[in-house]
Design a protein around this ligand. Structure first.
Ligand code: GLY
Length: 342
């Protein structure tokens, strides 16, 4: 407990000189000045889907804030979005000593981090995620970037934040479908790393255990990132469910990312694990079946940048709390896509 009696959990990402702290708890947004150096020019980046007061509450604690509000959605993760942030920093005479703060979900975080990595070859970056999805996944680990020529995350940089503040109070305004969207990534972490954690989803009410779920997911992610910051091997485990999930997502059916990951995880499990996973996804009201064009999804998977010569490195779970990464070809991908109910 480090902010006036409110519970704040602190996790450390130990990356040598890029070491940083991730705090999860109540009231962190209003206490940001205690944890972050805001006594400088601060570009506060948010989007119009995030309550405007979050960015304003942060800006009030900054000596010289500049708020940029982007249109909500993946379209902002673009050269135009990047240009807007760089332009705002240039116009306000930002120097290398100034910083960027992201207040929002994954789009805001990924774009802001890349702007921070690029401006004057790098300024400090703080991430204040306000969605379950960005708390459990994208805010930690330093992947930043934009989409380019229709390919997700094609251009970017590894830029670790200086600190992450996940204020669970900001999650209370999220619609249930958005919460479930983020929990799909938490289920992914549990399924691949931690059977005891997975049983939290099988027994308890996940929405009531959000702080614990966030911390346990982030702890799993930290373990991976500390061993493989630049995704040379182990970090690929975080793509569990994403190989087929991205293929489904690319069809533009109006599903959220986590919903596509949920569908993408099912065919990559043993029968026994698949049954347990299906039950958990149903409890979370995440999809377990879908009617979609499997050939179009396969095409998208094969065109994904992770596909080399028709083979794709995919993650499999044979028993809960463990994983295996192996290459699979087009035929097996098709077979697994076909195994999705719907
Ligand atoms: N979201 C996957 C990763 O950070 O590697």
């Amino acid at each position: 407990m480090d902010n006036e009696g409110k519970i704040v959990e602190k996790l450390t990402v130990d990356l040598g000189e890029n070491r940083y702290e991730v705090r999860v708890g109540e009231g962190l947004l209003d206490d940001a000045g205690k944890y972050l150096n805001l006594d400088r020019r601060v570009l506060v980046v948010t989007d119009d889907g995030v309550p405007a007061e979050y960015a304003e509450r942060l800006a009030r604690q900054c000596r010289a804030p500049e708020i940029v509000t982007l249109p909500q959605g993946e379209g902002s993760k673009s050269l135009d979005g990047l240009s807007r942030l760089l332009h705002a920093m240039k116009e306000k005479n930002f120097t290398r000593k100034d910083c960027v703060c992201a207040v929002g979900g994954g789009v805001v975080g990924d774009l802001s981090g890349f702007a921070a990595a690029s401006y004057m070859r790098g300024v400090d970056f703080y991430n204040l995620p306000t969605t379950v999805l960005s708390c459990v996944d994208s805010s930690v680990g330093g992947k930043t970037g934009i989409n380019f020529d229709g390919i997700k995350n094609l251009v970017g940089a590894f830029k670790q934040p200086k600190a992450v503040l996940a204020d669970v109070g900001t999650l209370s305004t999220l619609p249930p479908r958005q919460v479930a969207n983020g929990l799909a990534e938490a289920v992914k972490m549990a399924l691949t790393f931690d059977e005891a954690f997975f049983s939290l989803f099988e027994k308890g009410n996940p929405e009531e255990n959000l702080p614990e779920i966030l911390c346990r997911s982030i702890a799993c992610k930290i373990k991976v990132v500390e061993q493989d910051e630049k995704e040379q091997g182990l970090r690929r485990v975080l793509n569990f469910g994403h190989t087929l999930g991205h293929g489904i997502e690319s069809l533009g059916l109006g599903l959220y990312h986590g919903e596509c990951v949920a569908l993408g995880m099912l065919p990559m499990c043993s029968e026994e694990v698949g049954a347990r996973l299906r039950a958990v996804l149903k409890r979370l009201k995440l999809p377990t079946s879908l009617s979609f064009d499997r050939e179009a999804a396969l095409e998208a998977v094969l065109h994904d940048k992770k596909s080399v010569g028709g083979a794709v490195a995919a993650v499999f779970v044979e028993s809960v709390g463990s994983f295996e990464i192996r290459e699979i070809g087009e035929d097996e991908l098709r077979k697994r896509l076909l195994s999705i109910e719907g």
